[in-house]
Design a protein around this ligand. Structure first.
Ligand code: ADP
Length: 331
């Protein structure tokens, strides 16, 4: 785990790489017939950062991902990636970009090394140059011992790492990943993310990924939360959770709307009903819980107190729970 992926050279390097916004997306719009999939999406990102695009099913992640990797043409707005306008120079953007799709893109009957050789040839790499790059990547992703194994014999984590190596062979400046660890066990997810953060730190690569997993979204430097084709909020995961301030209290009751009204008449601060439970945000939440229990114990079935999570951020911004089914899909 040490050989860095060398920074781009020759025509791949560019003066814009030093500019503040390495990724700049403005007012992006896309619709399928009458259905708006992206409705004025804007965000930006500095170089050498990891950006997560988090949203429940139907929020527009796939559409956005496909536009960013030039598979779909935007119907409005502008995108600049690594200093290039995507619409004006899609081929230039593609040269600077590595893509890791959620679905398998490896030939199962070929070995790890053979898959990488094929990919390298597609990028015009040959001979010692290609061999060196493959060796660098096999070492970086702990695949050296499995170079001659057929892909079908690899574990899920090894396959993802092979996909990653494949996406990095041409030394891109930006790496795009679609739901990178969906379907992997938690410890394999962690390991995969360690590879990605090492890559950012040692190679200066800029990483964008889509996800519907809160846990996965925690690792990024900057998070853009999407819902129904719009950006609902953005910031680092810590900033977003800090904005809530205090604790989150959730009270379960047979009559949540009635209890909410009675709580609001008695205590300051907003309360709402989300998914059949009363929800409040409060500094020193344990004191409020004590007061609630004194006042309404006969109406309370259960009380939950917690530090804000990204789920709480989503609820605060949209008034709805993050699609609970999204977690289930990945299992
Ligand atoms: P996500 O990846 O977050 O689930 P998508 O980008 O797939 O979101 O979808 C965004 C919206 O566009 C959803 O309302 C979805 O139903 C709609 N949509 C996606 N693909 C198509 C399509 N081919 N035709 C019509 N509507 C689509």
């Amino acid at each position: 785990m040490s050989t860095p992926v060398s920074p781009p050279t020759g025509s791949e390097s560019n003066t814009d790489a030093a500019s503040a916004s390495f990724v700049d997306v403005r007012d992006l719009a896309f619709r399928y017939g009458d259905r708006k999939a992206l409705d004025g999406i804007s965000f930006s990102l500095d170089r050498c950062r990891i950006l997560g695009l988090l949203g429940p099913n139907g929020s527009g992640k796939t559409t956005l991902f496909r536009i960013l990797c030039t598979l779909l043409q935007p119907q409005g707005g502008q995108i600049r990636l690594a200093g290039l306008d995507l619409e004006a120079d899609p081929a230039g953007v593609r040269r600077r970009m590595g893509v890791v799709f959620q679905t398998n893109s490896l030939d199962q009957e070929l070995t790890v090394a053979e898959n990488l050789v094929c990919q390298g040839r597609l990028h015009g790499l040959r001979g010692a140059r290609l061999t060196t790059r493959i060796e660098e990547l096999l070492e970086r992703f702990d695949l050296g011992g499995r170079r001659n194994s057929r892909v079908r014999t690899l574990s899920g984590g090894m396959r993802r790492r092979t996909e990653l190596a494949k996406g990095l062979l041409h030394r891109p400046q930006i790496l795009l990943l679609d739901e990178p660890t969906a379907g992997l066990d938690p410890h394999i997810r962690q390991e995969f993310w360690k590879h990605l953060t090492d890559l950012r730190d040692s190679s200066g690569i800029t990483i964008l990924f889509t996800t519907h997993l809160m846990e996965e979204a925690e690792v990024c430097d900057r998070l853009v939360i999407l819902d129904q084709g719009r950006v609902v909020t953005e910031g680092s995961p810590v900033e977003l959770k800090d904005r809530i301030g205090g604790d989150v209290i959730v009270v379960h009751s047979p009559d949540p709307n009635g209890l909410k009204a009675r709580i609001q008449a008695r205590f300051p601060g907003p309360a709402s009903v989300v998914n059949g439970a009363v929800r409040m945000e409060q500094h020193r939440g344990h004191e409020l819980i004590r007061d609630l229990m004194e006042e309404f114990s006969g109406e309370i079935q259960a009380v939950y107190l917690g530090r804000p999570t990204l789920e709480d951020v989503f609820i605060r911004e949209t008034g709805r729970e993050f699609q609970a089914s999204a977690e289930a899909i990945s299992r």
